[in-house]
Each structure stands twice: as structure tokens, then as C-alpha cells.
Design a protein around this ligand. Structure first.
Ligand code: F6P
Length: 356
């Protein structure tokens, strides 16, 4: 059996653990298996740039952050763009899949990766997706690998901010990754006891937010810690056209969301405010124990699907079980935090303010 495998899109802790789990299953269970590890994500398949993986390649990588195969972002919308007489990237990938006589291609990736995987599947390639991302936004799965490690990192950072915020009696805006969804901010914010959690699914009201912060301080709180998702939007910003919003961000010197919010709130509350952006530290380093566990399981289950010829699917975790969704059903869909769901409801009941 000839298997192609690649890691694509933004990296996350657990990619190597999945590769290891997948390859170990294959080497242990599948006769005459050959595994082609494409380098730098879909770029490796486009350019036929690969390394044949041997058992030694996946030894001692369970704890290792990043990806031994390298990754890159290959925008989905460019996959079918024609440039002159050259074949599209999609056509090149299909051609290389055939040239290498692959039986299946396994893609470790997030939302964008899954959209391209679905395209390849529609083009007749046998594809299996494995759900990666610290954003936890892949439709149809409770959990993506990498998410829990990022939650631990962000929660730890938020806790550390609390002590310095307390010392100086400050209001702190901590920017957590998550451009479209707020899972990471929600989980880490709750885990770290943040006072306020702002997520892209809920537009916050600047006046209400400022008043809440003022009241909180007036009630005796030494500090106020606000966990802010990268993609949050105020009701004022939400009412702007795309161009108005771009101009506004330009005027603010392209400051990050947390910096802009910090500036606005400092003016409105008159309190000592500071901001910090956690950034890519949330994606680096060793996976947490849960991610090592789930990544190994996801890798091994993906290999089982390959062995049994279950193609055109992506692995998902539902409840406590590994299962799969059909690729074309989940591609292009986003799992957002349900605004009226239990998690937000209980967090509100436990005293968290969401800016609405
Ligand atoms: O999709 C994962 C993610 O970390 C998002 O949370 C974030 O918006 C984005 O990737 C950052 O991408 P890049 O690494 O390309 O700057």
C-alpha cells in the first residue's frame, strides 16, 4: 500500500505525535506499506517534494512541537486558479498523486486544509483528513488536536498576567489566537478565571464594557483581566463597511485588537490599562498529555481507515469515541461557539462577562 501524508496550514502541538501514531500503526499492521511524507504541506504534493518515511523517522517525536515534515499555507482559493498554460495547483496535485501511484493521501490540517482535501477527493483521489488546529473550529468534531495544549499555554499566561495586574492595580487586555472563533479564548479564559471574555461570536458594546470595568474596580477588585480573541469586533466596528474598518485599523497604526481595545478602554474608563498579545507561543512546543494521547489515537485511527479503505472522510472525536465525518459535508463549515449554548450560559452564571 502506498500512502502519502502531509501537514498543512498553521502548525500546532501534536502534529508529530499524530504522524508517529499513524506511521506506527502502518508499519505494525499494513503489509508492504510505503509512506511518502510530502514536505511543506500541499507545496510538497504540488512540487513532488517528499521523503519516504522509515520507522526510525517517527521514533522519539511524541513530545516534539512543530512538524518534522514542515508546513505552509496554500490558500484554497488559489488551488484552481489558472496562470497561462500551466496546470492549476489542484491539477498538479492530482497528477502527482497518480504518478506516485498513491492509494491514499492523508492530510493533517485545519479548515483550509480540509477544503482542499475535499477538492482532491471530488477529483477522484482517496483522501483522509485528520483534524488539527489550536482554534478547535473544524465542523463535526468535538476536539481538534493541538487545542488543549494551546488552552494550557494561554491559561497559564492569563494567570501570570493576573499577578502583575493585581500588583499594579491594572486592567489587562490579553489577546488570544482565534480569528473566527472563540473556543481557545473561552476555555483558557474560564480556566484562568478571567473577569471578561470577548469572542468573535459576540460583538461587545464599548460603553457597556467600559461601565462593567469601572463597576468591577469600584466594587474592590484590584485588577480586571480581559481575555480577548484575536477576531473580536465591537458593535461599532461591526456596523462599519469593510473599507471603513480597514481605514480605522490603519488610523490606529495597525495595532492589534488588544492594543486598540486597551486604548479605547483607557480613554473611556480613565483606569490604568495595559495589553499583551500571546501570539505564536500558543502554537509552539511540547503537546500537553491530553494532546499526546488524542494525537496518537487520531493517528492510529486514521491509519485504520486507510487500511480498511474508508476514504473521503475526516477523523472526528465525538463524546469519547473516534469516528469520521464525510469530507464534502464538513469542508467549508465552521464550528463556532454557540452563543446560546450551555458553556456560555454556565460561564455567565459563574460570573464571566462577555461584553454584550
Ligand atoms: O489557525 C490557527 C491560527 O493560529 C489562528 O488562530 C491565527 O489567526 C492564525 O493561525 C495565525 O496564522 P499565521 O501563523 O499564518 O500568522
Amino acid at each position: 500500500m502506498r500512502i502519502g501524508i502531509l501537514t498543512s496550514g498553521g502548525d500546532c502541538p501534536g502534529l508529530n505525535a499524530v504522524l508517529r501514531g499513524f506511521c506506527k500503526y502502518c508499519f505494525n499492521r499494513i503489509k508492504d506499506v510505503e509512506i511518502y511524507g510530502f514536505l511543506e504541506g500541499y507545496a510538497g504534493l504540488i512540487n513532488k517534494d517528499y521523503k519516504v518515511l522509515a520507522p526510525a523517522d517517527v521514533e522519539n517525536i511524541l513530545d516534539l512541537g512543530g512538524t518534522i515534515l514542515g508546513t505552509s499555507r496554500q490558500p484554497y482559493k488559489l488551488m484552481t486558479v489558472k496562470e497561462g498554460d500551466a496546470p492549476t495547483k489542484l491539477q498538479q496535485m492530482v497528477e502527482n498523486y497518480k504518478k506516485l501511484k498513491l492509494d491514499v493521501l492523508v492530510t493533517l490540517g485545519g479548515a483550509g486544509t480540509h477544503k482542499t482535501a475535499s477538492l482532491l477527493s471530488v477529483e477522484g483521489c482517496n483522501v483522509i483528513g485528520l483534524p488539527k488546529t489550536i482554534d478547535n473550529d473544524i465542523y463535526g468534531t468535538d476536539i481538534t488536536f493541538g487545542f488543549h495544549t494551546a488552552v494550557d499555554i494561554a491559561a497559564d499566561a492569563l494567570k501570570r498576567i493576573r499577578t502583575t495586574a493585581d500588583s499594579h492595580s491594572r486592567v489587562f487586555f490579553v489577546e488570544v489566537m482565534g480569528n473566527k472563533v472563540g473556543w481557545l479564548t473561552l476555555y483558557s479564559g474560564i480556566a484562568a478565571g478571567a473577569d471578561i471574555i470577548l469572542i468573535p461570536e459576540i460583538n461587545y458594546d464599548e460603553e457597556k464594557l467600559a461601565q462593567y470595568i469601572i463597576n468591577k474596580k469600584a466594587s474592590g477588585a484590584r485588577s480586571v483581566v480581559v481575555a480577548v480573541a484575536e477576531g473580536v469586533c465591537s458593535t461599532r466596528e461591526a456596523a462599519m463597511s469593510k473599507k471603513e474598518r480597514r481605514d480605522y485599523i490603519d488610523e490606529c497604526g495597525n495595532a492589534s485588537v488588544a492594543e486598540r481595545l486597551c486604548e479605547v478602554m483607557a480613554q473611556k474608563t480613565g483606569l490604568a490599562c495595559r495589553s499583551t498579545v500571546l501570539g505564536h507561543i500558543q502554537r509552539g512546543g511540547e503537546p500537553c498529555a491530553y494532546d499526546k494521547f488524542i494525537s496518537t489515537e487520531i493517528g492510529a485511527y486514521g491509519a485504520y481507515l486507510a487500511e480498511t479503505g474508508k476514504y473521503g472522510v475526516t477523523v472526528c472525536v465525538r463524546g469519547n469515541k473516534l469516528s469520521y465525518s464525510v469530507l464534502v459535508d464538513i469542508a467549508g463549515r465552521t464550528k463556532r461557539v454557540p452563543v446560546d449554548g450551555q458553556q456560555i450560559g454556565l460561564a455567565k452564571a459563574a460570573g464571566v462577562y462577555f461584553g454584550d
